[in-house]
Design a protein. Structure first.
Length: 311
């Protein structure tokens, strides 16, 4: 059954390569107009899921719809309404920005190609650079060109696979500003990313590992539902205690955050029994803080596959 308010609605989506199950019966719903973050470590199944959603791969199991079209039987129609930016930059570097856009317009059989290309150049601030060869561009400008090509045919859904990898912070921020501008126009975006600051820019998130969705919801909901407790330990040369703390019970993760350590676990009182005397003995400052998305993300990817709830 098609749900009109959802751009993506899949159940039990599965993909295998040989004996390896890469995507393991996931359920995923993305509202129209959302900027949906898809997080997970390398090899978690993000790219395979994206390729099934845009019609490049056929699922081995499960069912669902993308933009109201069946994933298994309407792949050709889905491709026409989806813009896909691959993880690896894939435009023609020996062509100019304008020539790349014109080629994409030709592939999609667009009417008024010249005008559509000119408008696309204007929309992303590329017009003055339109004659530049793509090979001469910085990473940030290349990604801007790739986004322009992915949106040239006015798709209803954007699938972005780690679009800002290797891009400087200023270019990343500008890229995300463009994504949110597209959201205001009603375009839905699903973006795979490793960056926690980018995850916080999303309206909703899903964590995937071992081919399973481990958590989903708004950034705030995911932090709250993780039921993770985090403490901040600070003081002179606090980093020297990292190895010793990792050997203590109930401290599931110990990581550096600037000049302090973040220590997280699931048993609040037991953690306190370990940390309070340790801080006092070593003349360190200890305070309980709210976990951030990175604390939760690291905790989630430590979950063994057999512990995952496929619900």
């Amino acid at each position: 059954m098609i749900t009109p308010q959802l751009a993506i609605d899949v159940q039990d989506l599965t993909k295998k390569f040989g004996h390896a199950t890469v995507v393991n019966g996931i359920k995923l719903q993305v509202k129209k107009g959302a900027v949906f973050g898809f997080l997970g470590p390398n090899g978690s199944g993000k790219t395979t899921t994206i390729r099934m959603l845009c019609g490049l791969l056929t699922p081995d199991g499960g069912s669902g719809h993308c933009l109201g079209m069946d994933l298994s039987t309407q792949q050709r129609d889905i491709k026409k309404q989806v813009g896909y930016m691959t993880q690896k930059f894939s435009l023609y570097e020996d062509l100019s920005i304008e020539e790349n856009l014109d080629f994409v317009a030709m592939v999609y059989g667009m009417d008024d190609r010249k005008e559509r290309v000119r408008q696309a150049l204007d929309d992303l601030g590329l017009y003055d650079r339109r004659k530049h060869y793509v090979a001469t561009l910085s990473g940030g400008w290349k990604q801007r060109v790739a986004l322009s090509c992915a949106t040239l045919h006015e798709p209803k859904l954007l699938l972005l696979d780690e679009p800002t990898a290797g891009v400087d912070p200023k270019a990343r921020r500008e890229f995300w500003d463009h994504v949110h501008d597209l959201s205001l126009k009603g375009i839905t975006t699903l973006v795979a990313t490793h960056y926690m600051d980018e995850a916080e820019r999303c309206t909703e998130l899903a964590y995937i590992a071992y081919g399973n969705i481990l958590a989903r919801g708004t950034p705030k909901q995911i932090v709250q539902e993780a039921k993770l407790y985090t403490w901040e330990l600070s003081g002179e040369d606090v980093q020297q205690y990292t190895v010793a703390l990792r050997k203590r019970p109930y401290l599931d993760q110990v990581g550096s955050f600037g000049a302090a350590l973040h220590i997280s676990g699931y048993e609040h009182d037991k953690m306190a029994e370990v940390l309070l005397p340790f801080a006092e003995q070593n003349q360190l400052q200890l305070k309980e803080i709210l976990p951030n998305l990175e604390d939760v993300f690291i905790a989630l990817i430590k979950i063994e596959p057999k512990e995952v709830d496929h619900g």
